[in-house]
Design a protein around this ligand. Sequence first.
Ligand code: CA
Length: 227
Amino acid sequence: MEKESILIVEDEVNVIQFMQLELEHEGYEVTTAKDGEEAMARFQEKEWSVILLDWMLPKLDGLEVCRRIRKTSQVPIIILTARDYVGDKILGLDRGADDYITKPFEIEELLARIRAVLRRARAGEKEEDKIVVENLEVNLKSRRVIREGNEIELTQREFDLLVFLMKHEGEALSREWLLSAVWGYDFVGETNVVDVYIRYLRNKLDRDYEPTLIHTVRGIGYILRSS
Ligand code: CA
């Protein structure tokens, strides 16, 4: 089994050393960052199993880092802090943190919390959170679209249309059906909006990649299928 990877973001060197030693001893793969900007850079590098995030950090504070990570990722985040006010805890959880631990803490408590968020993350990681067709991958939770490793920015409507096409991979879908499923309209005659959005998707998803996934079905509408 692949090792769970943990990113520790903490500016106090002795705290980093202590946690890194203990976590590596437990079999985790550990990487560290010493400020908020470095944390964002490390975050982009790979999919982490858990991020341990100190609140008081140079450059960007932990809450801001948490808020930015949550724009694109549901990675479990545990906030580490010397603060111990209920209001602060709520603020941290509001920014999307999964859990919260007050320094100083016993390593056993931290390990238990890491195991708990990993367990919850695995339980929530159902098959249907991710749809893959060929080299196109869509994460329904984070709403990220990746083709050949490149992240593709879609508008909300483009995303919804793509997800519908992918869920019906291999099925010819009429314009009327797409219109009612994605736009919620069920009147006939306004289906050219579907063609317009299919064109947007093709430009973003198919033009620069192989194989072509979105195909026209003459007289009907469209189909998304692998080669
Ligand atoms: Ca700190």
